[in-house]
Design a protein around this ligand. Structure first.
Ligand code: ATP
Length: 913
């Protein structure tokens, strides 16, 4: 005979005798509950969170994590740098191409526009005589009035003409222009269009001023001489431009314009043009019938010098992208931990959220600051006036304060996203969208001096626009020959206002972010009442008062053992590791799914030092119960107490004595196993030798001690699972919740895991869910079987088997052709045997527990097996699996017994034979 040893081991009962039944009408602890350190009062537990330890734990973890992410971080940080560098190259190219090779194209464009502009100019009626000719500013003019002090002083006084006539006719025009413009009566109204003057026109538009036109003097006799002279003088830059007349007579005006780009940037080309054509008309009285405009010639200039800082001109547009580019990066940092439940698991393991936000803030800000300081450095290296001419103090405050607003705003925005990728993409759209909006719309609003202060105030409430305002002030200070913003001008320029907005908005967004995190419903976490801050108890730091839950003494339809468990929980005087008190969880209808009652009026107690197993089919509500107990979800009704501490108002303290291994492995891909354990150990106040020993032991127990350098992303599924279990056991928790801990483990690893759990369960209480019946058998002192969110039975494995199993199983294998004789023999020995199945000569029977005398059965089989050609036989106890199947698939009859509708094969003809 061969008796399957594993099954035979069940003979004579399980590892816990039925005598230890909780149903023995006592309300004390389960008799086999043992623990090395019995807790009698929750105050005996070390539930204090130490800010220093947790800060240290998180700071080290985040530093290591960010360091491991150096490639991603380098890419993200280099984006702003790339923008700065590439803009420098592009602008250099544009400057050289347009101002040197394609100069005339650009300048024709300017002239054309200018003419168009002039035609549309409305001359104010009060001006008399009407303006006939535009003027160039004489900034020294006292007549000009106050408005001119705002104008850039780039216009020098002298404009030359060269009398290098090709024709033999007298060059009347050449003579007349100087006398025309130099005559004192030629005080002309200032009527430049806004196109030409840009922002500066705003200053003078309300108070038309009169200025002297500049002087025009005769220059050297030939163009070549003139060129030489200009080239010699380019550094002093006193000459604005020159005319070189060709043929000039009553019908024809042939002229070449030359201008000094270093001074005038081409802005006054139109002016030069108009000056000569209108003078011609005024002096000759003729309309020009033939105008030969020979194009525009640039004055010789030093090769690399460009007259104005294009980068500063387009600065606000460019810099608004650069300054905001870290926003999606920060969003990614926050959302990664949110989406992957890492934030929740840290919380469940005891991390204080204040510490979490502080460290996340410091890291996000550091990444931003590092990137921006590099941008500043690069800007200085490329000699962008923006960075070299503006006061370093003004730039520093802009970078420093904007960083705070950016990070606070990212915190605020992160509240509205759950997926990392969605948040990051929206972040980039935000950066570019607001950048484009700012440079196209907000720019004009800010540039318009008639924009009321209230509008500017409203605009500034929007972070990207207040940034744009600051960037524009700095840009304006350097664009057209200004000397940059001085530290002394920070207040008068409006920069101080911008800083003020940054500071106030940072505080507002930070408070909003933290507030919304506390109250806004989300996938995980217990949320506060929206008006929680109005309660004085919140500010005093008092514990929230919650109504006590009185367990219903009876619940209709509850099986006897479950009702008994309810009574035990109500009456027990002992401090239980976990009391579940009429816990209900209803998931609201969402995304097409109906409202789901996942857990119904659950009442049970888990004693200290035992391992309690939740069994049940998929969707029975096991994980939901664990999630409620761990604080991942708030219960809809009812509550649970861990060592007497209520999950509704003491969850933070509970977390310090709790270890959680969720159903999915919640790990940081880029951290090693050792780093995970160090982190969780530090959170739970472990230090020094104690910590390093615990980490080593933890890794050794799960057989990961030789994988210390490997990051968890490179672990196999089983290794990740073992690491998750090791994390949950760090820091000597008093209660450990394990949601399907052995999923995906090979048999050897599973055995190892069982050894760990068996070793730990005397030190703490454990709650585990599993689908593996042998695991429940091997580990759990008590089991609860769930179906449809309700507890269907509760007890030790042996109790359940004896209550719901039919007794023993007998297996017999018979040689071909001798089956009938062998079966007859079996029914003679055990008349109540019930054939479950017969396959290829192997027969399985169910045998009622008291229907057989085991010793007689053994000797009868031994004596007859050869005669009956029985090659193998065995007897085993009912398995938990049968109990499981019976309860989950069977139905209850009127006496409350579980029966299976699928009847076994009817072989009564054999029995009767
Ligand atoms: N976040 C959720 N939102 C809505 N319904 C949910 C949510 N989580 C679980 N449920 C539903 O609640 C019920 C119980 O789910 P739960 O995950 O607790 O079952 P389980 O017993 O742990 O199952 P399994 O053994 O498959 O892990 C299921 O019907 C499930 O669809």
């Amino acid at each position: 005979m061969s008796i399957p040893m594993t099954e035979m081991s069940h003979l004579g009962g399980d590892h816990h005798g039925a005598s230890s039944s909780p149903s023995s009408n006592n309300s004390g602890p389960i008799s086999y509950a043992q623990t090395d350190q019995m807790v009698r009062d929750p105050n005996e537990l070390d539930t204090k969170r130490n800010f220093g330890n947790q800060f240290n734990a998180l700071f080290r973890k985040s530093s290591t994590y960010q360091w491991r992410q150096y490639k991603t971080n380098a890419c993200q940080i280099s984006m702003p740098l790339l923008l700065v560098s590439s803009s420098s190259i592009i602008i250099d190219q544009v400057a050289h191409k347009h101002f040197h090779s394609y100069l005339s194209f650009l300048d024709y464009f300017i002239v054309d526009n200018y003419i168009g502009d002039m035609q549309g100019t409305k001359i104010p009626a009060i001006l008399n005589p009407n303006a006939t000719m535009p003027s160039i500013y004489d900034t020294n003019s006292t007549i000009a009035g106050d408005c001119l002090k705002y104008l850039p002083s780039v216009y020098a006084k002298d404009l030359y003409y060269i009398n290098e006539l090709k024709s033999n006719t007298t060059n009347e025009i050449a003579k007349l222009i100087p006398s025309y413009v130099n005559s004192q009566q030629m005080v002309v109204p200032l009527i430049f269009s806004e196109y030409i003057l840009g922002d500066f026109a705003q200053y003078c538009s309300d108070t038309p001023s009169f200025v002297y036109p500049m002087g025009i003097v005769e220059g050297p006799a030939t163009y070549d001489e003139f060129k030489t002279q200009i080239f010699d003088k380019w550094k002093t830059q006193t000459v604005n431009g020159a005319y070189n007349f060709g043929t000039v007579d009553n019908n024809k005006l042939e002229v070449t314009l030359m201008y000094n780009r270093s001074i005038s940037y081409g802005k006054d080309l139109g002016l030069f043009y108009t000056l000569v054509t209108r003078s011609y008309r005024l002096i000759t009285g003729n309309n020009i019938t033939q105008f030969i405009f020979d194009g525009v010639k640039d004055f010789p200039t030093k090769k690399t010098t460009i007259g104005f800082d294009l980068i500063s001109l387009i600065g606000p547009t460019l810099y608004i992208f650069i300054f905001q580019l870290i926003l999606p990066v920060v969003l990614r940092i926050i959302l990664y931990e949110k989406e992957n439940k890492l934030r929740e698991i840290m919380k469940m393991m005891g991390l204080e959220m204040k510490t979490y936000w502080l460290v996340t803030y410091i890291f996000s800000y550091s990444i931003y600051l590092f990137a921006m300081l590099l941008v500043w450095l690069l800007g200085a290296i490329f000699r962008f006036r923006y960075f070299t001419m503006n006061s370093p103090l003004a730039i520093f405050f802009l970078i420093f304060l904007w960083g705070h607003l950016l990070v606070s705003f990212a915190f605020f925005a992160s509240v509205f996203f759950t997926k990392t990728d969605t948040g990051t993409v929206v972040g980039y759209i935000w950066v570019f969208g607001t950048g484009i909006l700012a440079s196209n719309v907000i720019n004009n609003i800010l540039a318009n001096t008639s924009t009321p202060a209230s509008s500017i105030f409203v605009i500034s409430l929007f972070p990207p626009f207040s940034l744009f305002r600051g960037l524009k002030i700095l840009a304006t200070s350097v664009t057209f020959g200004e000397n940059g913003l001085k530290a002394a001008d920070i207040v008068s320029s409006g920069m101080a206002d911008v800083y003020g907005f940054f500071i106030i908005e940072s505080i507002i967004f930070l408070i909003l972010a933290l507030y919304l995190e506390e109250v806004l419903p989300s996938d995980y976490g217990v949320k506060r009442h929206p008006l929680f801050f109005l309660k004085p108890s919140y500010w005093r730091g008092d514990k929230v008062v919650v109504a006590p839950i009185d367990l219903n003494p009876t619940m209709e339809g509850e099986p006897a053992d479950v009702a008994e468990e309810r009574r035990r929980v109500m009456e027990t005087k002992e401090l239980l590791a976990l009391e579940v008190l009429d816990l209900n969880k209803v998931y609201p209808a969402q995304g097409g799914a109906k409202r789901k009652v996942a857990v119904k009026a659950l009442a049970l107690g888990v004693d200290q030092g035992i391992c309690f197993g939740f069994l049940g089919p998929n969707g029975a509500g096991k994980s939901t119960t664990i999630s409620c107990v761990s604080g991942l979800f708030p219960p809809t009704n009812g509550t649970a107490k861990v060592f007497g501490m209520d999950i509704r108002n003491d969850i933070d303290r509970i977390h310090m004595v709790m270890g959680v291994c969720p159903q999915d492995n919640v790990l940081w891909d880029d951290l090693t196993g050792e780093e995970h354990l160090l982190f969780y150990g530090r959170i739970k106040n472990m230090k020094g030798k104690q910590l390093s020993n615990a980490v080593y032991e933890g890794l050794k127990q799960v057989n990961l001690h030789e994988e210390t350098g490997k990051r968890s992303v490179a672990y196999s599924g089983g290794m990740r699972r073992r690491l998750s279990v090791a994390c949950s056991l760090m820091g000597n928790p008093k209660i450990v919740l394990l949601d399907e801990p052995s999923t995906g483990l090979d048999p050897a690893s599973r055995k190892q895991l069982w050894d760990i759990i068996n070793a730990y369960k005397r030190k703490c209480a454990m709650l585990l869910t599993t689908h593996a019946m042998e695991e429940a058998d091997a580990l759990c002192d008590r089991l609860g079987l769930f179906v449809g969110g309700q507890l269907k039975c509760i007890g030790s494995s042996s109790e359940l088997k004896s209550r719901f199993g039919k007794g023993y199983k007998v297996m017999m294998t018979v040689e071909h052709g001798y089956e009938t004789e062998a079966q007859k023999f079996l029914f003679q020995q055990i008349p109540q045997a019930n054939l479950l199945n017969a396959l290829a000569g192997t027969f399985n029977y169910e045998v009622p527990r008291n229907s057989v005398e085991l010793s007689t059965l053994f000797s009868e089989f031994e004596q007859n097996k050869e005669r009956l050609h029985i090659t193998d036989w065995g007897i085993s106890n009912s398995t938990l699996e049968e109990v499981f199947i019976k309860i989950t698939m069977g139905r209850q009859n009127e006496r409350g017994e579980y029966i299976m509708d699928d009847k076994p094969v009817d072989l009564s003809h054999i029995t009767n034979a």
